[in-house]
Design a protein around this ligand. Structure first.
Ligand SMILES: C[S@@+](CC[C@H](N)C(=O)[O-])C[C@H]1O[C@@H](n2cnc3c(N)ncnc32)[C@H](O)[C@@H]1O
Length: 200
């Protein structure tokens, strides 16, 4: 699989939009999801670990799953995450992990996966009974958030009601959406949702 973030990894943490999004998503997640030091967490599409860094002090351990080796190299280079956040360079849709989690979190990665139903099925399969998800991504937009030539973007955000239906079909209950933050880019405002749910 081509590493589509190879040219972005070195600058990612200093870019204002990823910074604003990870801060807003982290804060929304901390407001909406009860965390404790027993939780084993997967961060799907963890990138350089911006979200994982905010959660790591509050949970047992985080497995930072990503298909970009360069993004995970940047994560692995952060001494403060060592021992608490484990980088895992694997496409879990093609090759699931042999492990289950209490919580799966994700920020801005779902729109990079073409088959949302297959992704949600993998999330369900990677959760212990009663496990939870907390997933953040763009609300449905007009396709202007990313440059038109960008590769690997399969969804111009997500319609909340359609995503709710896909989550129900994948076995999730107690589905709740909140707006984590709004990002402004070139005169347009893009809301970003956080959806939380539990595996029934
Ligand atoms: C927009 S970045 C977000 C990174 C990080 N979550 C953040 O908020 O800073 C999207 C990330 O999803 C990863 N990604 C894309 N497709 C993926 C897949 N199939 N499995 C795991 N990660 C994937 C990319 O490599 C990239 O690191």
């Amino acid at each position: 699989m081509t590493d589509l973030f190879a040219d972005k990894a070195s600058d990612w943490d200093t870019m204002p939009i990823p910074q604003a999004i990870s801060q807003g998503v982290s804060q929304a997640l901390l407001r909406n999801v009860a965390l404790d030091e027993t939780l084993e967490v997967m961060d799907f599409g963890a990138g350089t670990g911006l979200l994982a860094a905010a959660l790591a002090p509050r949970v047992a351990r985080i497995w930072a799953v990503d298909v970009s080796a360069t993004m995970l190299d940047a994560l692995a280079a952060k001494p403060e995450l060592r021992g608490q956040v484990e980088p895992v360079c694997q496409d879990i849709l093609a090759e699931p992990l042999k492990q289950q989690f209490d919580l799966i979190v994700s920020a801005m990665a779902m729109h990079h996966v073409a088959d949302t139903e297959a992704l949600l099925a993998q999330f369900a399969g990677h959760l212990k009974g009663g496990g939870r998800i907390a997933l953040a991504d763009l609300d449905q937009e007009d396709g202007s958030f990313h440059p038109p030539t960008i590769e690997g973007v399969f969804h111009p955000g997500f319609d909340r009601e359609r995503l709710r239906g896909l989550l129900l079909a994948a076995g999730f209950v107690d589905i709740a959406f909140t707006t984590a933050l709004e990002v402004s880019k070139e005169g347009t405002t893009y809301p970003i949702f956080l959806v939380t749910a539990e595996l029934s």
